[in-house]
Design a protein around this ligand. Structure first.
Ligand code: LLP
Length: 424
């Protein structure tokens, strides 16, 4: 057996460790015992990690400004229990659809502190937001201005932000880059002045109350400069009381990746706002991935180990529980949960009927065998969120662990769930 590795990569949840016997412990629970008790695949969420990162964001802002709010970009992990924890931590919430709004309300968020996004909001979604008392709606395009004015009617004015694209690109996958001029999101720098004028002085006659601007330049960004440049870029659009700077802070998926610290990311944004836009601005930030990604690991069980040109370790999940390698070429690491270490170069692959269903292309596992529990860290963001039933595979449960206790917060899907929407 390869030497036991006791130093865990920073991709794992805060508070996890490999014990003297080479077994992974998360939230005080043994990973292999969790797999035995709850089955695999399963998302294991270290609740204390979620809470700690929310607190770190809030403290980082509080250290630099008194007028701010941290919004959970809930598309990253839209699960009632996660909303509940983050609502308890006192942060606010960003929703991108009526469904996310329903989940956020169920999770206990104060509607007044919910911000509703979306580049194609329907009348029904806008009505739902109004009826629920959503604090702010983020206007994405000209069609939405009229639609929202009609929904507001003679009711109290709706506070809104206007989404702009600063034409700044961060280094990230094209599919998750949003700040460029040619984007499906928001008003370009060229179109923004007319949209601002239309909302503030247009025929809608005060139905919308424009409190500020929103932007979000992209996701999994590992350098701070694009965030600074984006703030500089929107300065010519005028002087507003509130700026929602979006999310985008990248995280470590592997031991090699070194994302900026939350405090440095917050300092870069707040200091640039103060320098470029002026003091006293209300600053909103919308982290998704950086709040939740590293809170979670996925556990799988090895079903087969096959050697041809490569060694193929096939597990009982795959692109139905983690679409990110397939969609973005995202890189993850893997270990045998009770034999940390390397030794055998393998490809960890899923059970789906596609050759591209590879979870980890270049893993090094300690002599993997059928029945072993495999762990991949950093699956909290956009894992459960983008899970699907490809090949009729039921979606995994979500298990919260904390201080040695484990509880199911989302149960595993059953075959009956696969029939649940059939009407005859
Ligand atoms: N705010 C807005 C308006 C957004 O569109 C997003 C993400 C965020 C905040 C949060 O970004 P974050 O802090 O998580 O980077 N499915 C992709 C990511 C898509 C991100 C979409 N918008 C992935 O798995 O990488």
């Amino acid at each position: 057996m390869a030497a036991t590795r006791t130093q865990l990569s920073q991709a794992y949840p805060i508070g996890s460790r490999v014990d003297e016997d080479g077994r992974l412990q998360i939230g005080g629970c043994d990973a292999v015992e969790l797999a035995r008790e709850f089955g695999t695949p399963a998302y294991i969420v270290a609740e204390d990690d979620l809470r700690a990162r929310a607190q770190t964001f809030v403290e980082a802002f509080r250290a630099r400004t008194s007028d701010f709010d941290v919004l959970f970009a809930s598309k990253a992990f839209p699960c009632t229990a996660v909303y509940r924890v983050l609502a308890e931590e006192g942060i606010a919430c960003d929703v991108a659809s009526g469904g996310e709004l329903a989940l956020a309300l169920r999770g206990g968020f104060d509607p007044a502190r919910i911000y509703m996004h979306g580049n194609a909001k329907s009348v029904a979604e806008l009505r739902f937001a109004r009826e629920a008392g959503v604090g702010h709606i983020v206007i994405d395009n000209a069609d939405e201005i009229e639609r929202l004015e009609a929904v507001v009617g003679d009711g109290p004015p709706q506070p809104v932000l206007l989404r702009v694209t600063p034409d700044v690109r961060g280094m990230t996958n094209d599919k998750i880059s949003t700040g460029q001029a040619d984007s499906k999101f928001g008003f370009s720098m060229a179109d923004a002045p007319a949209a601002i004028a239309r909302v503030t002085r247009g025929p809608g006659g005060g139905r919308l109350d424009l409190v500020g601007l929103h932007m979000h330049i992209g996701s999994q960004i590992l350098e701070l400069d694009p965030f600074r440049r984006a703030i500089e870029a929107i300065a010519p659009l005028g002087d507003f009381g509130t700026y929602n700077l979006g999310g985008g802070l990248g995280v470590a998926y592997t031991a090699e990746q070194e994302p900026p610290r939350i405090a440095d990311y917050v300092a870069a944004k707040v200091d640039t706002v103060t320098r470029v836009l002026g003091p006293g601005k209300r600053i909103l930030d919308e982290p998704g991935r950086a709040l939740v990604a590293n809170s979670t690991v996925t556990l799988y069980t090895v079903q087969s180990v096959k050697r041809n040109v490569s060694t193929w370790v096939a597990v009982d999940g795959g692109m139905s529980d983690n679409l990110r390698p397939m969609l973005y070429g995202a890189v993850y690491e893997a270990q045998v949960a009770d034999r940390f270490g390397g030794g055998t170069p393998v490809k960890v692959v899923g059970k789906h009927c596609e050759s591209g269903d590879v979870i980890v292309r270049d893993a090094e596992l300690a002599d993997p065998r059928v029945g072993d529990v495999i762990v991949t860290p950093a699956t909290g963001a956009y894992g459960h969120a983008m899970a699907n039933n490809y090949n009729g595979v039921p979606r995994p449960p979500v298990i919260f662990v904390s201080q040695g206790d484990a509880r199911v917060v989302v149960r595993r899907e059953t075959y009956d769930d696969l029939f649940a929407r059939d009407v005859d």
